[in-house]
Write a protein that binds this ligand. Structure first.
Ligand SMILES: Cc1cc2nc3c(=O)[nH]c(=O)nc-3n(C[C@H](O)[C@H](O)[C@H](O)COP(=O)(O)OP(=O)(O)OC[C@H]3O[C@@H](n4cnc5c(N)ncnc54)[C@H](O)[C@@H]3O)c2cc1C
Length: 491
């Protein structure tokens, strides 16, 4: 799709969202009205990523992300429904399925008459997906799936689920992704979960009790090993949702701070409020620069998508919190809708890989010598970036010397090293983007780069003192675990 067609699609989507979508009403109702889903179908929102030959729009990841961000500005629950379908829900089918299976499912999924889900998590297997217990075994009639999946997005609307399973007679990591149509005998969808946010997005448990599907429904024989692009699409589209949330948070905060008067002047005239507004603006610019960078690196997409997911979710949650603060009491009430932005955003630091876990993994890679790519940048900020990058190298060297092979057990240090690398990457992405925008955008991006460098510096402080922190934290947790009744005893 060319830029003009994307602009047309964005404009049509905006008109639909303005006319039909009321996030607060959907949140109160706890579900997405059929009228809205019907409108989304008519617009083609469920066919965004599906190739044209199967009836979809065949958009690139960058284009799908632009539309998901626009939907999230209006309603994060609807953006989750659409984004999950385009990313985790259908990607494995598009990338890995044999043609007859694609021909059977993708046209329906493109029309949105059926939606797609991705079921990996189980009650006993969340961050540790290697312990998945749902099994698949060959029978004379096909593949038989047994087990239970938890927190499955879109499950209440799903026509088809991509399910992470292990071979019934094998040990080790889950070994396959299997496509299971929802109407297969033995598939049971549980009740809708009641959630803190994203209340109009469907989340259910799914039970598989001897559910038999044809043998060609095995999408991958290596579990998640083949599904890196699927996970990466999911994380990029989740981050696009964060971008949309930050954009609406910025618009509302700016409007409120300009209208509301205290002490004889508008809030926006106060330095502290300006700091909040500028911080939300830099969050928007930073996520946008990182998103562009991820979409431009197709070959390294999984690595970029993981970094983007952690930073976008953290920046977006922080931006929502600032929006609540500037709105004062109104920020704490449900009707103005700023509280909803915060509630909807919180889960992005947990799902599609809890940030804590992604940071530990990334820290382990940093310790082994891997770094996110950084271009060379001239000027004072470029010099600061280089200095912090060599400080990161020193911190890695010191950690290896101090801890040797057991360094990977020191999670506080690993997370601090990871944060330093991620923020240096963010500084580089914002500096790159600043060289090609208008003057206002360039100064927001430059401030984004400064903030990213500050954060990288703080992460390095923490990495350098991690032994001290870990010592205190271990002492406290061990004391509390020995004597839980002492919690609150100092009051
Ligand atoms: C609204 C919603 C929608 C979801 N949609 C889907 C979906 O469509 N498909 C799907 O498969 N799943 C889905 N999930 C599940 C989600 O991906 C998991 O909740 C997530 O992966 C974390 O697993 P867990 O909740 O079991 O947390 P746990 O694994 O129990 O972890 C809890 C916390 O412990 C800490 N922790 C755990 N392990 C480590 C570690 N190794 N290092 C450091 N810290 C650690 C982290 O702080 C973590 O947040 C959804 C969840 C929600 C809430």
């Amino acid at each position: 799709m060319g830029d003009t067609s994307l602009d047309t699609m964005l404009a049509t989507t905006r008109r639909f969202l303005a006319a039909e979508v009321d996030a607060r009403a959907h949140d109160r109702a706890g579900c997405m009205p059929e009228r809205v889903l019907e409108g989304a179908r008519a617009l083609g929102l469920f066919g965004l990523s599906i190739p044209e030959r199967w009836g979809g729009l065949g958009l690139s990841l960058r284009e799908v992300a632009a539309i998901v961000a626009e939907v999230a500005r209006a309603d994060r629950s609807l953006a989750t429904t659409v984004g999950l379908h385009a990313g985790l829900g259908t990607r494995a089918l598009i990338d890995l399925a044999p043609e007859p299976l694609q021909a059977r499912w993708l046209p329906m999924l493109a029309r949105g008459t059926r939606l797609a889900s991705f079921a990996a998590t189980e009650p006993g297997a969340g961050s540790d997906l290697a312990s998945v217990r749902t099994t698949v075994r060959r029978t004379r009639s096909g593949l038989c799936v047994d087990g239970e999946k938890a927190y499955v997005t879109n499950a209440g609307l799903a026509g088809v689920l991509t399910v992470l399973v292990r071979d019934a007679d094998a040990t080790g990591r889950p070994s396959a992704l299997v496509l299971v149509p929802r109407d297969t005998h033995g598939v049971e969808i549980g009740r809708e979960e009641r959630k803190m946010g994203l209340r109009a997005s469907s989340t259910c448990t799914v039970r598989f009790d001897g559910a038999i599907v044809p043998a060609d429904h095995r999408l991958s024989a290596r579990g998640l090993e083949d599904a890196h692009r699927t996970l990466a699409w999911g994380r990029v589209l989740l981050s696009a949702g964060c971008l949309g949330t930050v954009r609406i948070a910025l618009e509302r905060t700016l409007a409120h701070a300009s209208e509301r008067r205290q002490f004889g002047r508008a809030l926006i005239e106060l330095g502290s409020v300006r700091h909040h507004v500028a911080s939300i603006a830099t969050a928007e610019a930073t996520i946008s620069a990182l998103l562009d960078r991820a979409c431009a690196h197709d070959a390294d997409l999984p690595m970029h998508a993981g970094a983007l997911k952690v930073l976008a979710s953290e920046l977006a949650c922080e931006a929502c919190d600032r929006a609540v603060q500037v709105h004062g009491a109104l920020g704490f009430l449900e009707d103005p809708g700023v509280a909803l932005l915060s509630r909807d955003c919180r889960v992005t630091r947990i799902f599609e890989g809890a940030n804590d876990v992604l940071l530990v993994r990334h820290g382990t890679a940093v310790l082994a010598g891997h770094r996110l790519p950084r271009a060379h940048h001239d000027g004072a900020l470029g010099g600061q970036l280089d200095a912090l990058a060599s400080r990161l190298d020193d911190a890695v060297f010191a950690a290896r010397r101090l801890h040797g092979v057991v360094a990977i057990r020191h999670q506080t240090m690993l997370q601090a090293l990871a944060r330093a690398d991620l923020w240096l990457h963010a500084a580089s992405a914002t500096l790159d983007a600043a060289s090609s925008g208008d003057a206002t955008r360039a100064s927001v991006l430059a401030l984004g780069a400064r903030r990213a460098l500050d954060r990288a510096g703080r992460a390095l402080d923490r990495a350098e003192q991690s032994e001290l922190y870990e010592g205190y934290e271990d002492d406290i947790v061990e004391a509390l675990s020995r004597e839980p009744t002492r919690v609150g005893a100092c009051a």
